[in-house]
Write a protein that binds this ligand. Sequence first.
Ligand code: ZN
Ligand code: ZN
Length: 411
Amino acid sequence: MSLTVFTNAFLIDCTGADPLEGAAVVVEDDRIKAVAPDGKVGALPGRVTTLDLEGKTLMPGLTDAHVHICAVTENITDQHRYYPPSYIAARAMKRAEECLLQGFTTVRDAGGADYGFRMALEEGHFPGPRLLVSGRYISQTGGHGDKRRRSEWTDPIDCCVGMIGFIADGPDEVRRAARENIRRDVDQIKIMASGGAMSPSDELDTTQFTVAEMRAAVEEAEAVGTYVLSHAYSDMAVRRAIEAGVRSIEHGNLIREAAAQAIKEAGAFLVPTMVTYEAIYREGKRYGSGDHQIAKIDLARQQSLQGLTYAYKAGCKIGSGSDLLGDMATQRAVEFELKGQLMTPMEVLLSATKVNAELFRMQDKIGTVEPGKYADFIVVEGNPLRNLRALQNQDNLKLIMKGGRVFKHTL
Ligand code: ZN
Ligand code: ZN
């Protein structure tokens, strides 16, 4: 048994309660054993490591509901044309490590990573966050997951590791693709319900898949106790996805009141990914994105705050994602500042902890600092409630702990 005690913490426990000054938290092995709001933990048996957090914030490890660790380069449309799966797999593990060192202790991969990546991280072969995988995303022909250029007459790519999906048309093919993913032990199923920015042959403001096709994926997911997350931009695309039973709407930039209301009534989640549009709009050209892609990114960028505002006003559950590609992933924590244009700093932190935990169906294990949960923590120099930007500078992260194991310690 090993005990670690954090003392003198400015504790943001992310339950929604006000922060506490001078709190103490006791960690036993991989779990939180006790939280002492007044800092008094009493006598503790055995070997105890005490860490004084005077002047620093202790909060749960951050979570990101929309990562792509296999987007190892910025140009996801072409990376499979240039690199073998082995290279992509090796670099994906590095991307996972970068994620953890940004303070993110659990992340949901929104397509690309399979269970092998999760296993390699779980077994501790590489440092990285807890990873929830979606395997290969499912897209219609010519949809957001179809990476063929308009000029190409080849069959869709159907193999390997990386940002690769299933192309499926009709409920039966979608069902089969979902079952293949489930056979490969995904945590959830990802589908593409509208056009997207980085895809070569569609537009944002479109719908993709019929409701019946999406429903087939939802039925298969629910049959094994999981759920579907769906890429979707327009109001119509989001409403159709919700009608099919999708639980997690990704992006949602172009929604209006009707889709926001539909998300709310279904008890579904919206996962905005505002930062990626800012990043690609600024830097995409340099990484090889074409004019058509940048124009679509700009449209999404201009409407992302508006989309979030509709969802916020409707009272939707708002999770936190980033969807960053390649080296742009260094900007992951910029998402908080962007959400902070509308949401309070506490709401922003909750979306990246407690709300995401509920979305992941891991609310019993992660997301808040409460006894019995995993000892997933970050210690931050300063107070993120006063300045969300504090989370953007990795030097401010003085300690990163996942499941009781320390991955960074510069206290
Ligand atoms: Zn997407
Ligand atoms: Zn994505």
